[in-house]
Structure formats: C-alpha cells, structure tokens
Design a protein around this ligand. Sequence first.
Ligand code: ZN
Length: 499
Amino acid sequence: MSAELAASSRDPLVALRERLREIDDLQHAGRVLGWDQQVLMPPRGTLARGRAFGTLERLAHERLVDPRLAALLDAAEAAGEDPGVVRAVRRDHERARRVPGELVAEIAEAAAEAQPIWARARETSDFALFAPALERAVALRRRLAGCFPEAAHPYDALLDAFEPGATTAEVRRLFDRLHAGLRPLIAAIAARPEPEPVVGAFPVESQRALVLEMARAIGFEDDAWRLDVSTHPFSEKIGPGDVRVTTRYDARNPLDGLLSALHEVGHGLYEHQVAPTLAGTTTDTGTSLAIHESQSRLWENQVGRSRAFWVHWYPRAQELFGEALADVPLDRWLAAMNVVRPSLIRVDADEVTYAMHVVLRFELEVALLEGELAVAELPAAWNARTEELLGVTVPDDARGVLQDIHWSFGELGYFPTYTLGSIASAQLWDAARAAMPDLEDRIASGDPSALRAWLGEHVHRFGRTRTSDEILRSATGGPLDPAPLLRYLTDKYAALYDL
Ligand code: ZN
C-alpha cells in the first residue's frame, strides 16, 4: 500500500489536504514562472518557458480531475469539514472534468499560435490577417460552451470561468441600466471645458518613492511584498507572504504610474489579507475576477482619485517633485487625474466612459458566440457601435477591433468582469462609509488602515470559500446593483465639472 493510500484510509481529511497542497505547490511554481516572464526573463526564453508552463499545468490538471480527489471531497463533506474549501475545489474539479483534455490542449495551442498573428495584425492594422485565428478561437469557445449544456445561454459557460454564477441575462440587465445612466452624464461633461493638463519633469525615482510610501500606508509590507516595473502593470500573489505588484513610470506624466500602482496594490492587498488558514488549499486567493477588480478599482478610483486622499498626499508629492508641482494647486492636480473624455482605447479610458468600452465588447462577444455576427463583419460592427456608444470615429483596426490582447488568446467572457468590478467597488465603498462615517477624514489624515481592516473583514479573508454574491450580500446587504456606481460618478463629476 502506498503511503498516500495509507494516509487516505487513515484520515481522508489529511489526504485531501495533502492533495490540495500538491496542486497548490504546482500552481505556486507556475506563478513564479509567470511573474519572471513578465518582469525579468529575456524575450528569447519564451518558447522554453511556454513548455515548462504546459508541463506544470498538465500535472496540476491531472491531480484536479482525479476521481480520488472527488472521493476525498465526499468524505470531507460527509464529515462537515471545511465546507467552503470543499465547495470551491469541487467546482474546480467538476469544471475541469467536463472539458475533454484534447479540447483544453487545442485551446492552449490555438492561443499560442494566434498571439503572434494578432500582434502582427495589430502592428499593420490588418484585421484580415487575424480573422482566421479568431474564427478558430470562436469555434473552440462554442465547443467549450457545449461542455456545459445546462447553461441557459452558451455565453454563461464562458462567463462562469471568470465570474462563477454570473449569467448573460444578468450582465445584460446591469449593463443596460449602467448605459442608460452614463449616457447623459457623458454628454453633460462633454459640454464643459477641458481641465488643464499637468506637465513637467517627474523623475522616475521620485515617482517610485511616492508609490512606495502610499503603498505602505495601504498595506504593503517590505518583507512580504515586492514592487517592480513591467510594461503592463499587474499583481500576483506567489504564495502567502509573497505579493508582487508592478507598475510603470512615465517621466513626463506621473498620473498613469501612480494610479496604476494604487490599482495593483488594491489587487495585492486582497491577496495579502486572505486568511492564513486557507494556505495550501488552492482557495487562498480572490473569489472571482469581478470582486478582485472591485478591490483594485476601489483603491485606484474611490480612494486614489479622491480629494481626501490627496489632501494628505499632495504636499508630499509637491515635496518630491519640486518645481513641476510648485505652482499647481491641488484642484488642478485633481482635475488632471479625473479628466473625462470619450476615447478609442479601453485601457486609457476614464472612470466614466470605461463601462462603454466593456458594453461594446460584451455585446459583440455574445453576438459572435451566438453566430449572429460573423468574424468578417466584426470590424464594421465594432466601428458602428463605438460611434454610438462613445461618439468617436475609429480611424483604423489597430485602434479599434485589434486593440485588446484578450481575443488573441481566444478569451471570451472576461471583459464584463471589469465593469462588474466597478459596480461592486461603489457598493463596497458605500457600505464601508456607512460603517465608518469618518472614513474620508481618516483617509485625509493619511491613515487608510480602517478601510484596509474593513475590507479584510468583509471581503478578503474568505478567499474562494465564499462566492462573490455571498460576499456582496453580506458586506453590502444586496446583490450587484449599478445604482451606487451611477450615484458616485454623478455626484463626483457634477462637483468636478460644475454641472
Ligand atoms: Zn485590475
């Protein structure tokens, strides 16, 4: 009898923990490789790195679909042990088991092949070059959705991978309300004069110093976090006590780097504050992409773009940047970081118009998957709908339908989580302020620790043992609701733009 079988007959709960620990360790190694690839690895290492990734993923996948894991989950459930962990892992097991290995492999292969084609197509603004790869990706996603025939809509099965429990019908309903509420606000702002930009020299070392000081106030601990530079800022928890965040710096414009850093620190804080008891169970991470994004956006937008935050930090910024900000009053600094302007590129979009970019992608993805829209018709549909939603004309496909990396991976169902996250961030912000009426005063005094603690208590510590809906209902009293986001944006921008 193997040691493992001996352990499982002795105590199935111990055996379950051992199996989860093994999966967790494989994922841990994969996260180190991923971080390294984006921050340190020379580009020629890509091919070999891809292979190493594939091996780790295969090993973790084999362990996840193993029927003996299901038996151990049954035993744990019967014993009433770790119900949140058992539920989350069973979900992973079921999802992984339902998708045939060869489909998983084909999706991975198609993504790897499509990526450089997409990059070339974007460079030359040539959609026709990318179209066959996208057609293949859509066909593969239809097959993937087909593995979940019980879904009310095939897109539900794709959404579910990123946002467990979300449905197409619900997203459509939320987005319709958001769209209707944002339209008049965007029009009203467009009629107002544009704020003056802040220009000057902002040394990268000073930006990094300010980012670190702000991050430490929020929860960055020097012996448990790292701050690095990457082209596309991201955040990753390798394991407990090891949170990595990245940002980028532009020596002429400090706002992008500062706000990106606050965004990623928000993601990092979520991971940092998951209960240590969940370590090694694969559930000590954010519960869904929308809840994750609610954390990054809350720190970036509700806190990081607020007057209260900068009442404390602006004098320090002026100290660090010297001449560049000497004659810039706080109001101008705030106006510059809260400019609202409909634009072509999603990643550059402001807080108000961002949702329109997501509505566009959601509608098109659903139509593609349903077969209502052919890939060949996509650029024209993109351009027409951009004009309707944002009032801007798309000059070429590079700045239109080819701009995002997501479709190069064949990823459909991901985009909605960004805006679901914004919706949740406003609900959580309202709930935190209701619980702590002096919250903004505390932030203005340079101490956001009460907000950190509140989020830890109501959102972070549960990891994946609570669903996003459970977290929202217990923290805010209700499910996803766009009203708080609309109210927050309307109040904030009425003041900033004198509406
Ligand atoms: Zn994010």
